[in-house]
Ligand binder design. Structure first.
Ligand code: GLN
Length: 399
């Protein structure tokens, strides 16, 4: 018998040493621990629409309780394809182009694993939703960041430098991740910006992977434009979306990809072996949700517009400098006025002493110093929740 070593060997993969647990999810745990108002993780604290909860209950009662087809229930895929045609004028074949996943989170990582090889690079606008970094690393690719610069005027827009973006593209670039409407900045990419990205994708033969999960959450007359609707992008765009944000069901974990057939085949393989499929009865409810009348989407956006306009003045009154979001349900703020050492020091103080959880800006940047003066608040909350946060934030002292 071989001798049992007292020293366990190094059991972990090298891969996992390159990133940490999600800070956004950690802040939710902190909020629970300190009984703080949770304006950190982006999930609604109000009920999901009654019709779709009923559709889910009916599906369970009707015994839609076994696996759906791996790449998604036919009903839901059909509804996804119809929606893309209706909203964006993009024809989609639900049989060959749609893959239903466990949330857009799985859709993104399955996509990256389906298209990336070791040594490939993925261009990501920064600040970025924190999953994209680890997603790229787990798929073997190297993330390459291009800065989104904060507005220079109180109600201006986040912008990027065309030359900096071009410089990020080269022969090892496999894809660019575009998230519009954007988390955490609230930027809604304009047509000229998307066309510029399109031209680079075509010139360098690069894929666009677009996270459009906030497509219906738009303010101030902004318009969501899908990358896949641009001339020349049909064969090189993977559109990612899901039910979580549009239908206020972040815990259902139903998301999807829309991609050209060959890429869809590859995504379906990865998805099958990662998760087999998304919850079957919730996919049926998804088909019902995606058939809600157009007024639903107008109300959704208007409801969030009101919440934005409730939280932003309260944050400003407390001393935060807000970058007004044009879409999605987050507001990025500048915290310089408070004189804290950095974003982590302030968010720690906020959650423990003030009783409001927010996300430190550094979790949206590769170099934490770039986010050291920023904090993100989510406003997908009931009026009472936002008002309670505002009440607590009044206790915050400026330096
Ligand atoms: N998108 C949400 C956020 O940025 C979180 C989503 C998640 O935690 N899976 O807060």
């Amino acid at each position: 018998m071989s001798e049992v070593s007292a020293q366990p060997k190094h059991f972990l993969s090298d891969r996992v040493s390159h990133f940490t647990e999600s800070v956004i999810r950690e802040m939710t745990r902190q909020a629970m621990l300190h009984n703080a108002v949770n304006l950190a993780q982006g999930f609604p604290d109000f009920p999901a629409p009654a019709e779709i909860k009923k559709a889910a209950q009916d599906a369970i009662a009707a015994d839609v309780n076994q696996y759906a087809i791996t790449w998604g229930a036919k009903n839901l895929r059909g509804a996804i394809a119809r929606q893309m045609q209706t909203w964006q004028g993009v024809p989609v074949d639900p049989e060959t182009q749609v893959t239903v996943c466990c949330g857009s989170t799985e859709a993104m990582i399955s996509t990256l694993m389906a298209v990336c090889n070791a040594g490939d690079e993925v261009v990501i606008f920064e600040p970025y939703y924190e999953n994209y970094g680890p997603d790229s690393i787990l798929s073997g690719a190297k993330p390459r960041f291009v800065k989104l610069r904060p507005p220079q005027t109180p109600h201006g827009e986040w912008t990027f430098d065309e030359h900096e973006l071009r410089a990020a593209f080269h022969k090892h670039t496999k894809a660019i991740v575009v998230n519009t409407p954007n988390n955490p900045t609230g930027k809604v990419f304009t047509r000229p910006e998307l066309e510029l990205i399109r031209d680079l994708c075509v010139e360098f033969d690069v894929l666009a992977i677009t996270d459009e999960i906030y497509e219906h959450i738009l303010y101030d007359g902004t318009q969501h434009i899908s990358m896949a609707s641009l001339d020349g992008m049909q064969d090189r765009t993977i559109t990612i979306n899901g039910m979580s944000k549009t239908y206020s069901v972040t815990g259902w974990r139903v998301g999807w990809t829309i991609a050209p057939p060959k890429i869809t085949d590859a995504i379906r393989k990865v998805h099958d072996f990662l998760t087999v499929g998304a919850p079957a009865p919730l996919q049926e409810a998804g088909a019902a949700a995606l058939s809600l009348p157009p007024a639903y989407y107008l109300n959704l956006a208007e409801g969030y517009r009101k919440r934005r306009d409730r939280l932003v003045p309260a944050l400003e009154e407390a001393g935060f400098q807000c970058f007004l979001p044009r879409g999605a349900y987050y507001v990025m703020t500048d915290i310089s006025v408070f004189g804290f050492a950095d974003d982590l020091a302030l968010t720690k103080y906020l959650v423990k002493d003030i009783g409001v959880a927010a996300v430190p800006g550094s979790s949206f940047y590769r170099d934490p110093r770039d986010g050291a003066r920023q904090v993100r608040f989510a406003f997908c909350k009931r009026d009472e929740t936002l008002d309670e946060a505002a009440r607590r934030l009044r206790k915050l002292r400026r330096a």
